[in-house]
Design a protein around this ligand. Structure first.
Ligand code: ME8
Length: 488
């Protein structure tokens, strides 16, 4: 793939809270971000992928207290556990930021100071949900009968002096940028939802909490009695990780090309974050991609239901590429999706072992059998990859993989129609050589297109075919699993 004229590409994931362990739902976001980063590395000179952990606030403080641990010790332990998730799913992240990093804390204070023209002190009277780490307006609290529908806990009534950010004054400008597409929100359903919110008008927001209530936070500059509201400083991670304001990385990579988040945190990223950036006089990210939720066997992932699956459970049995493939192809890129062991098994056997795995093993076996492993001149790839490219540019991972699978299926069909074994039987060696070389060419093209999604599989296919002589793999690409897997 040719390098584009654009040199730099910056991708971010949200930074998860550390009050629990990662699950397969969180994995979706990391893999999606990694697919974009790996693809961008083929087409751009410099790519940066950042992720990290969101560590302050009442939610984490409460959990540490519950476990009887000093909160910093708990945060260190949990952040380390989250940090393992990226390498486990072969995410090629360049940065891992913790909001407790001294660099983040110092830069957050600088940003707060730079925003002072839009910050004022006032009394907040309303509700708070620690589970969501969100201030809840009176009307919402009433609608939900005083209980958070997600965390099933009563909202906490609060009346406190805190600092406010003048978000309301940025409503029109944010709306303009969303409408014009200079700040693109995907999918369109999420863009419409946020436009609706913007049309209603944004209120100013509380951005601090009294230290006597929450001590685990970044101190507000020049006011010892307050700490920053956890969301307000967590959002800043996307630029503090680049060394905002003075570091070259900030100048090189900002504005982000794509920020990836889940659907429950759209408003923070599509309204509050843009308002903060505008107040700082900094450009908005070019695109916000909002993914859906992964459910398990049709149900929301939840500790109380007891259906949490750690990605390691899947990877240990089927390998990391199979998990990446399933999430990107079978969880719809623009909606919620489902993980079930039986569906996973079916996909693994049919699409990975039978379709892709067989195409590779048949091709390798025939070249070894009929040509002593010598491939000969391969024709250039001739498939139209524009639909694949377009799908990836719109974060339609499922669509991009469908395009690749058209090629995988097309190749199997070609083999069935050309019947290289018949050509060998009739000693039609010239045609046989052409057919086998074409098959190799197709597989190498498929491998290239799959690289962002299944880097290990790509490496194996390349290993087999790209030296000109077929090299055998130890074992098969996707060993068959005949019995339906059971959750542990
Ligand atoms: O919201 N399927 O952290 P978080 C897919 N700290 N994605 C899911 C999911 C599921 N079942 N469950 C959660 C926070 N997610 C903040 C972010 S960013 C400055 C601060 C996604 O741990 C969720 O939508 O609650 C979010 O994108 C990410 O996991 C972390 O969620």
């Amino acid at each position: 793939m040719a390098k584009s004229t654009q040199k730099n590409f910056y991708i971010t994931t949200s930074i998860p809270y550390i009050n629990g362990d990662p699950h397969i739902g969180h994995t979706y976001e990391l893999v999606a971000a990694d697919v974009l980063a790996r693809y961008a590395r083929k087409t751009h000179d410099k790519v940066l992928l950042s992720t990290g952990t969101d560590e302050h606030g009442g939610k984490v403080e409460e959990k540490a207290r519950e476990l009887g641990k000093p909160v910093k010790e708990y945060a260190d332990e949990m952040s380390a556990r989250w940090r393992e998730l990226g390498p486990l799913v072969q995410m090629s992240a360049d940065r891992f930021i913790r909001t407790t990093d001294a660099g983040h804390e110092q830069r957050a204070a600088l940003i707060w100071k730079a925003l002072t023209k839009d910050i004022y002190k006032a009394k907040y009277t309303g509700w708070y949900c620690t589970g969501c780490e969100a201030f809840v307006p009176e009307a919402t609290a009433k609608e939900n009968n005083g209980t958070c529908p997600i965390h099933k806990k009563p909202y906490e009534k609060i009346e406190e002096e805190n600092y406010f950010f003048r978000l309301s004054s940025y409503t029109e400008e944010i709306k303009k940028q969303v409408e014009s597409g200079s700040f693109e929100i995907l999918p369109i359903t999420k863009r419409n939802e946020i436009l609706h919110v913007l049309k209603e008008g944004l209120d100013d927001i509380s951005i601090s909490r009294p230290k006597e209530k929450i001590s685990w936070g970044i101190p507000v500059p020049d006011d010892e009695t307050q700490v920053m509201y956890v969301w307000f400083e967590a959002l800043m991670n996307y630029i503090t990780v680049l060394g905002y304001p003075e570091h070259d990385d900030f100048k090189t990579y900002w504005p982000a090309n794509i920020q990836i988040i889940g659907k429950d945190i759209t408003r923070f990223h599509a309204a509050i974050w843009p308002g903060m950036l505008m107040s700082l006089g900094v450009a908005l990210p070019k695109m916000l991609y909002v993914h859906g939720f992964v459910n398990i066997e049709g149900q929301k992932i939840s500790k109380s239901i007891g259906n949490v699956i750690h990605p390691r459970e899947v990877i240990d049995k089927y390998g990391v590429d199979a998990l990446r493939y399933y999430l990107m192809r079978h969880v719809p890129s623009y909606e919620d999706g489902d993980f079930s062991w039986s569906r996973f098994e079916e996909v693994y056997n049919n699409e990975l072992a039978n379709e892709l795995g067989n195409a590779v093993s048949r091709t390798a076996a025939m070249i070894i059998k009929y040509q002593s492993g010598i491939i000969g001149d391969m024709p250039d790839a001739e498939h139209d990859i524009a639909p694949y490219t377009k799908a990836l540019e719109q974060c339609k991972f499922d669509r991009a993989l469908e395009e690749v699978w058209e090629q995988v299926r097309g190749l199997n069909q070609y083999i069935d129609e050309e019947k290289p074994w018949e050509l060998a039987k009739h000693s039609d060696y010239d045609h046989l050589r052409e057919v086998l070389a074409y098959m190799c060419g197709c597989l190498l093209e498929i491998a290239d297109l799959l690289e962002p999604f299944m880097p290990g599989t790509t490496a194996k296919i390349n290993h087999i075919f790209n030296t000109g002589v077929v090299l055998q793999l130890e074992g098969t690409l996707f060993p068959k699993h005949d019995q339906p897997a059971q959750p542990k």
